[in-house]
Design a protein around this ligand. Structure first.
Ligand code: SAH
Length: 400
């Protein structure tokens, strides 16, 4: 049974014998620990050679004297005889030595190592490296996501965190977003926020589902601002959880202003925003070399010509690049008409991606000339992203 220890190698000589894949994997951690690394090998991989002055490379076969003055050694050649010679030379000099081909003849074992937030996780199994690595991954991932935490030692951290949830599939939240969610005491969630993630929250978390509030209140941004500020002032950690990114048609900055006025600290964790990720999931790139030098994201919640509209649809029609429309299902016929009037070709390809990243995801193809009738015929319902432009042809050359 190994005796675990953390070696402080800073400034100390460490000898690595061998220049293959095993050595390549270990050397960067030794460098990160501050060790003075001597590599002895007739040949090394390009990656090791590329380390340049970060290591010393003796391009030759191993000699026992290489270990003189070393604190730690690594036998990592593909020759059992050479590895054995390294182990013997290390033993004579009382230097701990790991051996890549046969740990039973080594005086030290390398654990599977992971790091998170100032903590090093090292796992040693009974020479089952895959099992060690899997356990290491499970622990580090648990810490990253906040599922494994030393709650007793955590400093209380009240305030509001805006958490972008991504387009809907629970896998598409960021690592930081997931962690903030798991650490929250109050979660204020929207309709488009990935719902499966709410089900995983600890039982004592208060979930305020803004989509399910009694009528009227659900529409009120003022109510949401008030709730997040009140809960934070009670000393709670609040996560404001939305679909996509909170600042992309998400009213996130209104919440920041409300918090700031109340003296409540705010943290922002961006999310994968649907105008980029939903086309991407459907295999449509928003840019393509030689095809478009711009993509423009426009809200279609008001039709062209509406007195409160802030969009210059004539300008959008004159641009040649990709247009990405959000909240535009209802007004798509009026928008298509305005773009045609402004000079876009009726044959311009259009893709409508509904329920992006959800099990019900589907893509409906049309042209600017046909999109109004196709949306009706296909009974398209929100949420949907409408992509207009030549990138749709790039993704669907057979259709256009
Ligand atoms: N903050 C969100 C957008 C909120 S506005 C974000 O950054 O993505 C709501 C609009 O986003 C919807 O009308 C739709 O156009 C788009 N949308 C969001 N999620 C979507 C999804 N999974 N599939 C298709 N469209 C989506």
């Amino acid at each position: 049974m190994p005796y675990p220890v953390g070696l402080m190698l800073h400034g100390r000589r460490v000898v690595v014998v061998g220049g293959g894949q095993v050595a390549q994997r270990r050397i960067p951690t030794l460098i990160a620990a501050g060790a003075r690394v001597l590599v002895v090998a007739p040949d090394v991989t390009p990656a090791i050679e590329g380390l340049g002055a970060e290591i010393t490379w003796e391009q030759r076969v191993f000699e026992p004297g290489d270990l003189d003055g070393a604190w730690y050694a690594m036998a990592a050649t593909d020759s059992a005889a050479v590895n054995e010679a390294v182990v013997v030379a290390a033993e004579e000099r009382r230097i701990f030595c790991v051996r890549s081909d046969d740990a039973t003849h080594a005086s030290a074992w390398t654990p599977a190592v992971g790091r998170h937030d100032g903590v090093t996780v090292a796992v040693l199994s009974n020479r089952e490296p895959l099992r060690s690595a899997a356990l290491r991954d499970a622990v580090v991932e648990g810490m990253r996501e906040g599922r494994i935490a030393a709650r007793a030692t955590r400093v209380p951290n009240p305030g509001v965190t805006l958490v972008g949830g991504g387009p809907g599939n629970p896998e598409l939240i960021t690592v930081a977003g997931r962690k903030a969610l798991m650490e929250a005491e109050v979660v204020v969630a929207d309709r488009l926020a990935p719902r499966e993630l709410l089900a995983e929250l600890p039982a004592d978390v208060e979930v305020i589902d803004v989509a399910k509030l009694p009528r009227g209140r659900s529409a009120s941004q003022e109510f949401i601002n008030q709730v997040i500020v009140e809960k934070a002032l009670e000393g709670k950690r609040v996560a404001r959880f939305k679909g996509g990114d909170n600042f992309v048609f998400g009213r996130g900055y209104e919440e920041i202003i409300a918090c700031r006025e109340a003296g409540v600290p705010v943290t922002v964790i961006p999310g994968l925003t649907s105008p980029v990720t939903v086309p991407g999931l459907a295999g449509i790139p928003v840019t393509h070399r030689g095809v478009t030098h711009e993509f423009t994201v426009i809200s279609g919640h008001l039709p062209p010509g509406h007195p409160e509209s802030l969009t210059d649809w004539a300008a959008a029609a004159r641009m040649r690049g990709t247009l990405v429309l959000m909240m535009a299902v209802e007004n798509a016929p009026a928008i298509a008409a305005a773009l045609l009037e402004g000079g876009r070709e009726a044959s311009t390809p259009v893709a409508v991606v509904c329920d992006g990243s959800m099990p019900t995801e589907r893509t409906v193809l049309a042209t600017l000339g046909t999109v109004a009738s196709v949306l009706e015929a296909e009974a398209v319902r929100p949420p949907a992203i409408i992509v207009i432009g030549e990138v749709v042809r790039v993704a669907h050359p057979d259709r256009f």
